[in-house]
Design a protein around this ligand. Structure first.
Ligand SMILES: [Zn+2]
Length: 424
């Protein structure tokens, strides 16, 4: 069998629709993947897991003084609800939440720059603000050619407290600040709901060392407004083609192929898989992850969440074979992290765009037009070549170690230090 980019591209087209974690569309995509696997004569499993979500009931932002205007906002999922009639408070543009901003924010509804991660969120809570507004999009967008995202107060954030929160287009944020908004009314109400998301899994038993396992992972969900072909339909079809190869060329070690749901909501699929299969992980030697690919303009990188020696090994493979893929020892925000947290090292293959564009993630511009079958095929060849050499080695060439400098990055990523402080 030959690796076939055209076949990958066809499958990618088939699953190129919005498929957010826990939705019917995500499940539809799971079935598309399962049908593809069944056609190879294998029996894939669909593994359900529960996720927390919310239904938006009301999201309103109104400037009351010195002018009167309503702005379109979305309510943060799982934020603290305001009363039905909303919260009225002075408005303050807290920019980057410096110490001076923190001192000025008490009792106010504040607007902050950027994406609200845990550290910024804790500053907001500490300031005594009664609500916050974050912004998204770009200054060059218009309302017609942009989408307003719904953010979530994730569980790691809620562990520290909760307040009403909304997200606004950056163009509207600009309008408020420029016009000197002083007093605003914020109304955000949403209802928590539990949804079911799914991982698709299949095992190919090793012929010589079946007790030793290498897993392949790719998330197949997308964010809202995005057909998620680059992120990460591409990784999903690359791993499907790799699976097809190993069905025809049985591997010496056992392969566990997983397509993860709800990655975009905080690596929920891979976290659920690792939790449900924790006692099997002692047999897992390595994890290969593919997340974002196929863009015509861009460059390939292998992010090795393992030892320096493992990174050199990957780099040497690429050089030996003339593959334009740079190996770096680093963490990558994807499904390798929960494995690293359990001591299983990984390599994540990613194809980034450039500073000039080339690929778009997490918005309506993540579409198939920017991708090609040839690029998918090229990446698949080295993902396969690299992993096959490892999988069929007489002695596994890479140590099963996540070194301290990488453990530190994993712990930071999972906010372990901050969450430990809570327990004190
Ligand atoms: Zn992704």
């Amino acid at each position: 069998m030959k690796i076939c980019g055209k076949r990958e591209f066809e499958l990618l087209n088939k699953m190129g629709f919005v498929r957010m974690g826990g939705t019917e569309e995500e499940l539809k995509a799971a079935h598309i993947l399962m049908d593809e696997i069944k056609a190879m004569g294998l029996e894939p499993q669909l593994e359900p897991f529960e996720i927390e979500d919310a239904v938006q009931v009301k999201a309103e932002l109104e400037v009351l003084k010195p002018y009167s205007k309503k702005y379109t906002v979305t309510a943060y999922k799982l934020c603290e609800n305001t009363p039905e009639e909303g919260v009225t408070a002075p408005f303050y543009y807290a920019e980057n939440m410096t110490e001076a901003d923190i001192a000025a924010a008490k009792g106010k509804i504040i607007l902050v720059n950027g994406f609200v991660r845990l550290d910024l969120y804790r500053k907001i809570l500490k300031s005594g603000a009664v609500g916050f507004i974050s912004m998204s999009g770009t200054m060059l967008e218009t309302e017609e050619n942009s989408d307003l995202f719904t953010r979530t107060i994730r569980d790691t954030m809620r562990a520290f407290g909760n307040i009403p929160a909304a997200n606004i287009r950056v163009t509207d944020a600009f309008d408020m600040v420029k016009n000197g908004a002083e007093e605003v009314k914020l109304t955000v109400i949403n209802t928590p709901i539990t949804r079911t998301s799914h991982n698709v899994t299949v095992t190919v038993k090793g012929t010589e060392k079946p007790e030793e396992v290498v897993s392949f992972g790719a998330h197949y969900d997308s964010v809202e407004f995005s057909t998620g072909v680059y992120d990460n339909g591409a990784g999903s079809v690359i791993n499907m083609e790799v699976l097809r190869h190993f069905v025809e060329n049985p591997p010496k070690r056992t392969l566990q192929f997983n397509w993860y749901g709800s990655e975009e909501m905080g690596l929920l699929g891979s976290k659920a898989w690792v939790k449900a299969h924790e006692d099997e992980l002692k047999n897992h030697l390595y994890m290969i992850n593919v997340d974002v690919g196929g863009s015509v303009i861009g460059g390939d990188t292998a992010l090795v969440l393992a030892t320096k020696e493992a990174t050199t090994y990957c780099d040497a493979f690429m050089k030996r074979n003339g593959y334009a893929c740079e190996a770096k020892q680093d963490i990558y925000s994807s499904d390798g992290v929960p494995f690293a947290d359990k001591g299983v090292p990984s390599t994540s293959f990613v194809r980034f765009g450039t500073a000039f564009g080339g690929a778009f993630i997490h918005n309506r511009h993540d579409v198939i037009d920017w991708l090609s079958a040839d690029v998918l095929e090229r990446t698949t060849k080295f993902v396969l070549g690299y992993s096959e050499e490892m999988i069929n080695s007489v002695v596994f060439p890479v140590e099963k170690v996540v070194p301290p400098e990488m453990v530190e990055k994993v712990d930071n990523y999972l906010f372990k230090k901050q969450l430990a402080e809570l327990k004190k």
